[in-house]
Design a protein around this ligand. Structure first.
Ligand code: SAH
Length: 368
């Protein structure tokens, strides 16, 4: 079979044009001055973006009309067009399909809970980690997202929540989880910069508490150690999925490089440096990783490595198209959770949102 040189038709894939969010405070001022404007315009623009969550020149009445369009055009180019927004769970879950400047598709999911609103954002378009149970993993990596593209998903969600586009009326966006498409720690520098923009108080950032931000990883050990030294108070989530190397080598292929023991040692380093409890993610798959002995081994290892600084989130597997795998039956799930708890490790089942709109964990494949 011959393969056509599709590359000629493919849209140019690359990082977006310069954006305010990608620049430091000094760089913003310099950029504004370069455009022939007074330096304080940089702060005004930042206030509109981070404080008022707007990129609409019409709303920027503190900036002369003649300057607005140009400043916005040069420093806040449109990063995404919302192609589709789907809601389910009686309006409490909203998935946005976003198209970037080069045609790349990205998804983010906004969820309302009784006490908070959380957005799940993507850090890459596609993913290179190839976990066989994850829809995104099947398509491979398209490209990294820029810092501005990561933050823009949060801004759009914060504005949607504030403006009452979630069922139940207006709500403040309180939590951000980097658990959408992609491996955050494989796009390390941009993700760290995005965390600063998400957490710094306005006008430098969106003012969301670091403790309310979760960075989820397959277990890139050197990057976890590096993250521990950033001086951030974000929650680290590690997608473990099984306590034994033999099975983890297939469920999370990067395990062939960094073994369970190394991943847990890195998680311990993170917990010790930050004092933060680490989340262990465990997608429970029928007859694959749901055996009582695995629950016992998981509890024992986590107790040994992390003591009190750990919490296990069991995620019932969301079957992806074409996969033979399924979630475990409820009694098996209950027994699994019971055994992990019995080892002294807090373990709960994560509620799965957005199933009817393919917005649940691992379903963000954005095919168009
Ligand atoms: N690459 C990062 C973050 C993105 S995935 C990571 O792996 O942690 C977010 C979580 O959803 C991960 O724990 C991932 O393993 C899980 N997940 C992926 N596909 C899933 C599926 N089909 N069912 C349940 N959880 C899934």
């Amino acid at each position: 079979m011959t393969s056509l040189p599709l590359v000629f038709d493919a849209p140019k894939r690359g990082l977006p044009p310069r954006h305010l969010v990608d620049l430091s405070a000094e760089e913003r001022q310099a950029a504004v001055v370069e455009l022939g404007e007074r330096p304080f315009r940089a702060r005004q623009l930042s206030n509109h973006y981070f404080g008022r969550l707007t990129v609409d020149p019409e709303a920027m009445t503190d900036i002369p009309a003649a300057s607005r369009e140009r400043l916005v055009g040069e420093l806040m180019p449109r990063l995404f067009t919302e192609v589709r927004a789907l809601t389910c769970d009686e309006g409490a879950t909203r998935k946005a399909l976003l198209r970037a400047h080069d045609g790349t598709l990205v998804e983010s999911v906004l969820m309302r809970y009784p006490d908070r609103a959380t957005v799940c954002v993507s850090s890459q378009a596609g993913c290179g980690m190839a976990c066989p149970f994850c829809a995104t993993g099947q398509g491979g990596l398209t490209r990294n997202l820029s810092t501005a593209e990561i933050v823009e998903q949060v801004r759009l969600a914060a504005a949607a929540a504030r403006d009452g586009r979630l069922g139940g009326g207006p709500v403040r966006l309180s939590n951000v989880v980097l658990m959408g498409m992609g491996e955050p720690l494989a796009n390390y520098r941009r993700v760290i910069a995005a965390v600063h923009r998400i957490c710094d108080p306005a006008p430098a950032g969106l003012g969301i508490s670091q403790r309310s931000v979760t960075v989820s990883t397959v277990g890139l050990v050197p990057a976890i150690h590096k993250l521990a030294d950033e001086g951030l108070a974000v929650t680290l989530a590690v997608s473990l999925h099984t306590p034994d190397d033999e099975l983890r080598d297939t469920l999370v292929p990067v395990n062939t490089r960094w073994k369970v023991a190394e991943v847990l040692a890195a998680a311990r380093h993170y917990a010790e440096r930050t004092g933060r409890r680490v989340s262990i993610e465990y997608a429970l798959i029928r007859d694959i990783n749901d055996q009582p002995w695995r629950a016992d081994l998981l509890g024992q290892l986590l107790h040994q490595y992390l003591g009190a600084l750990v919490h296990v989130n069991v995620i019932p597997l969301n079957p992806t198209p074409g996969s033979q795998w399924d979630a475990s039956p409820k009694p098996v799930e209950r027994e699994f959770v019971r055994r992990v708890n019995a080892a002294g490790v807090p373990c709960t089942v994560r509620d799965t949102r957005g199933q009817e709109i393919a917005a649940a964990c691992g379903q963000l494949a954005a095919q168009g």
